[in-house]
Design a protein around this ligand. Sequence first.
Ligand code: ZN
Length: 471
Amino acid sequence: MSHHPTDDVRLSFHGADRAVTGSCHLLDVPGHRILVDCGMYQGEHDLARDNAAPFGFDPASIDWVLLTHAHLDHCGRLPLLYKRGFRGEIIATGATRELARLVMLDAAHLHEEEAGRRSRRSARRGGKPVEALYTALDALNTLDTFGRVAEYEAPLRLAEGLTVTYRDAGHILGSAMIEVELHHPHRRRLLFSGDLGGPGHPILRDPAMPTPVDDVVMESTYGDRDHRALKESVEELYGAVGDTIARGGNVLIPSFALERTQELLYFLRRGIEQDRLPRSLPVFLDSPMAISATEVFRRHPECYDAEAAVLFANGGDPFRLPGLQLTRTPEQSMALNRFRGGAVIIAGSGMCTGGRIRHHLRHNLWRASCGVIFVGFAAPRTLARAIVDGAREVHIFGEAVQVRARVYTINGFSAHAGRTALLAWHEHTGRARTFLVHGDPDRGMNSLAAALKSRGVAVTCPEPGSSVVLS
Ligand code: ZN
């Protein structure tokens, strides 16, 4: 696809269209091309082919990438964009830049491992080596293209008559919604919501409310439902931890490294301070990625909400518990097998598809005294989903393991706004023309579209690869 030479302002959709992952939206303005996010497709199927497919535009023609936040499904294809010729400037908040570094390097490492495995298999059949989607070097080169650091609410001038403003999206540390203001060929304001957080979560501020715009590209993940109140979920967490410790077992919490882990540490610390949990409770954070991400959180108090900021300013650390131990090395992780009971172990991956949690499940899942607490989404056909759905036996590392531990599923910790909050947020756009992305059509997307249409809003749920001229 060549760069269109007209004076049109054109919006095209190259990811997270009628789907929840792979966010990638292209905005063509006269003389310039702007990409908003470049995320990985993730999910139950092998999406390697989708991720490796052509972008649908020439990466070398992109002037700027505006990155909303550091989740893999928003930044995970940036190193591929670089590999295929992108040499423009990536603009993100300071916290997003640091978290995206962790996320992209981790992904590159997994791609290299996967390519190595497939190459060895191929070699045994006399075939050719398999190339990694991208390597750690591609990720490092991509980091060099991160340019200006966006500060919340401070307009950045990209070119004559072209300004962008990042505003807090309250989703994960550093997350932003991005407003683009154009003065040529006509004055026009567009808003990309990124992923929107729910109100009332600790550490982060609530999402900023938009001001009226002409067009909005908006996420719709939970457009069909509201989450259970966070307060109830925190009570459930304290109950599950307390009961398991009282039974003499270990508590396992499979968790995502960004945000969810820090939120858990925050609530565990508060539970100990409020004497809801034993003061000496040993808590192991057994994930190098989550440990690094927690360090990034500590370096960015400018992103905190009022409560966390006061705590931090008074010398407190929102993530430090008396019994917290960070286990970075595999040896430290394996040493945790000695604990027969009384410990909380937080480890990735959140859906138990990989990572250290699988070792801990093998050692604890068959013991009735133990507890496993699920605090996040479990996709179909994952180990997490099998356990949540009540499997009596699962296979871990090729070995049958009985599920006798008590399983707790706590639903209120979502980093996404629910339906009521999404509708309230949209209200502030002034009935802007709306493009819904980042949602499952059968769930959040169509439901939110219907609600917005009933309020007189013009709504589209774009097809993958489609584009529209804005005028
Ligand atoms: Zn996200």
